[in-house]
Write a protein that binds this ligand. Structure first.
Ligand SMILES: Nc1nc2c(ncn2[C@@H]2O[C@H](COP(=O)(O)OP(=O)(O)OP(=O)(O)O)[C@@H](O)[C@H]2O)c(=O)[nH]1
Length: 217
């Protein structure tokens, strides 16, 4: 077991690494623990360490490593909920990164419900069934519209030796959060999955109120 504290951005300790064969391909899984006791997971494909120092270094082609920051979503990722696009996005990202020569999926625990937690997200869903959109439902509960922080993700990437990324996301706030944590974001690559009748309104709100890069229909 190796332990390493990374002061840049968040503070994470690498507590484990192991082989993780999946239906998409084999990854190396790294377990990280934060000072707040939250465990995150990084799934790494290929040789990502070194050669990609933000701002230049010896990053020969400047392309950056393909990275997905995935916010935990029990209902979408595990239970197949149609209320969001999280599950299909996670599976698409795993497939894309498994196909790439190198890449990382950082699975961020503590991000459930855009950081408000699972039970509060379910309460927000109930309000959405009464007519609130996904932003106003959080606010009506007295909670932030989006409480997520990306400093742990930046610290994990730093620990992995990844300084420059092509980010698989529709959310510009994720790119900004990584940049604030010292990671160079050289590209924001959309991760668009087909909408369904249950999540069409949610996706439209993400586009219109959070500025997500999503198609207009
Ligand atoms: N509060 C709240 N959280 C939600 C809702 N639907 C999904 N989530 C959570 O939102 C998070 C995912 O955020 P999204 O806004 O869907 O997408 P994103 O991660 O910001 O952007 P992408 O990188 O493009 O996926 C997960 O933690 C989900 O649990 C909702 O209606 N209300």
């Amino acid at each position: 077991m190796t332990a390493r504290w990374v002061p840049a951005g968040g503070v994470v300790e690498r507590v484990a690494s192991t082989r993780l064969p999946t239906e998409y391909g084999e990854f190396t899984a790294y377990g990280y623990r934060t000072a707040r006791g939250v465990d995150h997971l990084a799934l790494v494909r290929g040789e990502v360490a070194g050669g990609e120092v933000a701002g230049g270094g010896d990053d020969v082609d400047g392309a950056g490593t393909l990275v997905r920051l995935h916010s935990e979503c029990l209902t979408g990722d595990v239970l197949g909920s149609l209320r969001c696009d999280c599950g299909p996005q996670l599976r698409l990202a795993l497939a894309m990164i498994a196909e790439a020569a190198k890449g990382v999926v950082v699975y961020l625990r503590g991000h459930e419900g855009r950081g408000i937690g699972l039970a509060a997200k379910l309460a927000a869903y109930a309000l959405q069934d009464d007519g609130h959109d996904t932003v106003d439902a959080n606010l009506a509960l007295g909670l932030p519209a989006d409480a997520r922080d990306y400093s742990d993700a930046a610290a994990i990437l730093t620990d992995l030796g990844v300084g420059k990324v092509r980010l698989l996301s529709n959310n510009p706030a994720k790119a900004a959060g990584l940049s604030e944590g010292g990671i160079g974001v050289v590209g924001l690559e959309p991760l668009v999955v087909p909408a369904n009748p249950e999540n069409a309104g949610y996706l439209a709100t993400k586009r219109d109120r959070f500025g997500h890069i999503l198609p207009t229909r």
